[in-house]
Design a protein around this ligand. Structure first.
Ligand SMILES: [Fe+2]
Length: 273
């Protein structure tokens, strides 16, 4: 059986890689994405790859981690924690989930072309969980499995995310963004119900708000040759500035920065970066 509605693939191809695009999928009955299997997955994953965060952070606020000695698997088996957001990170480490992600991306290949660095995340959200405004340096499709979510996507450019934030991400991993009240009306809001999915372009800022019921979402992310080159070129920028050379800006120079990326990889190899 196909995992993605085949009519969604040409629709994605029209929008990929620069515009958000909706898809329909058949994962809502997938046993691997039910609470029982996810609790088992939580037990199998390294503990540091399961995160719990507060459910009520606003945009521009810290999405604070919750430290708790109890293993999150128990809360997951019971249908999710009452007022927490739980993330299973890098589920591709588990062979059955790896196979599921690869099946998904094989069905999407006519739209995406060759992809690499496939990663999977499962978000188990308490009702009304708000994921504050942030960006991720990867391509992403969020598959809604249970409950509803509003996903607000923004263009990957100023004023929503600037060059300094994008460079900082590659140095520190920090991906939260400042919020201004006038951004509220600027996002493209998508209501995602079970069976819906949304493609999110590389580095597109977003916030997410879960509805009144517990929510399960699967996020599948990947890189391509160009996105790897962009990441390497951004990593080179601080050194270029120090020696008075122009920095790379992916908004001003939308082509792939192959030469800068190659120089960056040499710099990383010899310990300059
Ligand atoms: Fe995100």
């Amino acid at each position: 059986m196909l995992l993605i509605d085949p009519t969604s693939v040409p629709h994605l191809a029209e929008r990929y890689p620069n515009a958000p695009g909706r898809l329909r999928h058949h994962l809502t009955t997938e046993p691997l994405l039910g609470y029982a299997a996810l609790a088992e997955a939580a037990r199998a994953l390294p503990r540091q790859h399961i995160e719990r965060r507060i459910h009520n952070a606003g945009n521009g606020e810290t999405f604070r981690l919750i430290e708790d000695d109890a293993h999150p698997a128990e809360a997951i088996a019971a249908g999710g924690a009452e007022s927490q957001w739980i993330m299973l990170r890098y589920i591709e480490q588990l062979p059955t989930y790896r196979a599921l992600l690869e099946r998904l991306l094989a069905e999407l290949a006519p739209a995406t072309g060759a992809v690499c660095d496939i990663k999977g995340f499962v978000f188990i959200s308490a009702p009304c969980t708000h994921t504050p405004f942030h960006f991720d340096a990867e391509y992403n499709i969020l598959f809604q499995i249970a409950g509803d979510k509003v996903f607000a996507a923004y263009p990957p450019e100023p004023p929503f995310v600037d060059l300094a934030r994008r460079e900082a991400y590659h140095c520190s991993g920090e991906n939260m963004l400042e919020w201004r009240p006038d951004f509220a009306a600027a996002g493209q809001q998508h209501l995602l119900a079970p069976g819906d999915a949304l493609f999110v372009p590389y580095a597109a800022p977003h916030w997410v708000h879960a509805g009144d019921n517990p929510s399960i979402s699967l996020s599948v992310t990947w890189q391509c040759r160009k996105s790897r080159a962009v990441a390497d070129a951004l990593t080179l920028n601080p050194l270029l500035r120090r020696v008075g050379l122009p920095a790379y800006d992916p908004v001003a120079q939308p082509g792939a920065p192959w030469l800068r990326a190659a120089a960056s990889r040499v710099g990383q190899r010899i310990g300059l970066l």
